[in-house]
Structures are given as structure tokens and as C-alpha cells.
Design a protein around this ligand. Sequence first.
Ligand SMILES: [Zn+2]
Length: 424
Amino acid sequence: MNILRITGGRVIDPAQNLDEVTDLWIRGEHIVGVGQQPRLQATQIIDATGKIVCPGLIDMHVQLCEPGREEDETIATGTAAALAGGITSVACMPNTEPALDNQAAAEFVYLQAERAGNANVFPVGAVTKGRKGAELAEIGGLVDGGAVAFTDDDNPVVSAEIMRRALEYCRMSDRPVLCHAEDPELTRGGTMHEGVESMRLGLRGMPALAEEVTIHRDLELARLTGGRLHVMHVSTAAGVELIRRAKERGVRVTAEACPQHFFLTDKKLRTYDSNFKMNPPLRTEDDVAAVIAGLQDGTLDTIVSHHSPQAPEKKLRELDLAPFGIVGLETLLPLCVVALIEPGYLTWPQLIRKLTLNPSDILGIERGTLLPEADADVTIIDPAVEWTIDIKRFRSKSRNSPFGGLKVRGRSHGVILGGEVKLS
Ligand SMILES: [Zn+2]
């Protein structure tokens, strides 16, 4: 059996409040522990001096587009992109064609992920059949098929009654319902955030209120039902504040943020570049500050890429016709370094908690720690390396990133996946 010793790295594992320069030992597919292990003889050594060694990163908001949109991404290409970005586990969204709304569809994801042999993939089931919002999906069958959570992303669940029943059903199996907070009546035909910039550019806006009213409704439904709510891609200051107050009141809610919403503002739309078109849209400087504050005080638990691949020809359409979304698996980590670590908003242990332990707890998956016996998923980060994002080098099938050419710092040096070394 292979015995791997990763030497001299700064080992950070929030699950055991560990942050020290030490060795990490892996035997076969599992973690042995840290420090001196006199009874073990390493068969393979990786020198991680100057690097950070942490649990494999988890991105719980990823679109892999298979089946049905293989021109944008497949499970194989998306998980290759994940590994390149230092991410060893992803949760994939149900907005496939057909929608991931039954047991066989969930099982298909596990099968394809195993065939690809890249990152671990945990399917998220649809809340309603076909993600149409009318009738609950087969929640029980999806749980049996391994669905770890439920959402109709990118469709909001318009009916409060359906949302209420989804929270009740999912509570029985202790699965979270992931809320895409958008009132579609308020955002219909919108291209960007509604405000001074949209007025100036003459583009139809999507008001912050569309997010806020939905978060408010779903928080109240979570309070009523005792179900677990997870608010996806929080982008507004008022949304952050609603979640903060609900947590204080004991509502069972968690929430996520995306780098684009704590790094960019709606001023970027002045370029008319469709790679800045996303949903939720880029907001204002006040919203960016509020999202960062929410990450700092724990209101926002996890950071996700919201990886939304779109084949190149789709994004070439005019701005108001181009689809929403950007890819993000290969830029998640460096954007967190540039936007959160370098300005001193978060420490490395705080950031790593949001990328490992917290998403693992939300999804109820046994990942995100370096405790003895855990599956040996490890990310080795070079925190100092400076590099320039080159979209031509993405492993993803799609290139719709607004970050091409951006100078960044920090990247994955390589990952260990189930004990297997995959250095980049
Ligand atoms: Zn969404």
C-alpha cells in the first residue's frame, strides 16, 4: 500500500483547529495524521515547503451540463477543470436536460463521475419535476439515488406553497433546500443590476429587491417548517442583513457568496462584454462591501464559483440576448486570494474553512477534513505564486470568464484525490 508523506507544508485543517508547519501522512486512500509517524515508512514524498496543505476544496455550486448541454460542459471536462482549480469535490446543479429530477438521473451523475475519475461529484436534485415549479420532484427517490440537496436553480421556486412543502419533505431526510432568490416578475427582461449604471447604459435592470423579497419569504418558510434553507449566490447588502438577523433568531439557514459578487461591480457592464452578464447580476460597491462583511462575520458560510459554462457562440450574441453566467472552477481560489486574503479581510484558516468544512457540513458529506481515517482528499496551495489567468488554458469546455488577463496570486499546486497524487 502506498504511504505518502507530504513534508514541510503549512497544514491547515479547520475541523481540528490545526494551523502549523508539519508533515501530513496518507496511507492508501485515507489520512493517517500529521507530525512524526515513526512506525510508517514513506513510499512517496512530496515536498510542500512554502505551500499550504489543506483538505480538498469543495465547490457546492457547479453546473456540469450533462446530460443535454454537452456543448457547454460535460461531467468529465467540468471535473477536470475542478481538479485544475484545486477543487476535489463539487455539488452539481440539476439544470440539465432533462432535469435531474429522479433517482436514475442522480445515479447517472455518480456513474459518469466515476468514469471520468476526476473530482468527486455530489448531485443536487430538482425541487420540482422538470424544474417547472408546478409539482414536487421525487424527493425520496432522489435521496435514495444520492442527491445531497434540492433546488430548481436557476429557476426560482415561485410558489410559496411548493417551497413550504419542499422544506418539509427535505427536513425528513435532513437535506437542505438551496434557494435561488429571485422574483422573476421583478427581473423579467433584465440584463444587469437596476440602478444608476443600468439607466446610464439604457439596459433593463434587475432590482436588488427581487433577491431580497425572495430571501425574506424563504427565511420565513424555513422558520415555519423547521426545514434547512441554504441561500445561494447572495449578492445584495439587504440580503446579507436578512440572513444575519435570521441566524440570530435561530432560523436554520446557511448561505454562499461568489467571487464575482465580492470582486466586481455593475460598472463593468460599461464594456458591454457579455462575460460580465450573470444572474444574480453584478451589483454596487455597497453590496460588494456587505458581502465581504457577511463573509467576515460568518453570515455567509461558503464561497462557490457558480460555474455556469456557455459555449463561445452563445456569449457572442448581443448583451441583452446573451445567456447569463460565467465559468469559475479554475479561478475560484486565486480570486479569493486577491479579493479576501491580500486585503486582509480573511485569514487563510478562515478562507479554507469556507472552502472545506462549511460546505461539507451543509451538504452532509464526509469530506472537508484531514482527521485520521478521512478520505485522503488534499489540496496543496502555492499561496505566493503570481500568474495571469489565461482562458485558453482552461480545462473547462467553455471560456466565458471575465477574468482573462487578470494578474492574480496563489493557485493550486496539485491535489491528492482519494490518496492518488494529481500534481498540476
Ligand atoms: Zn441560481
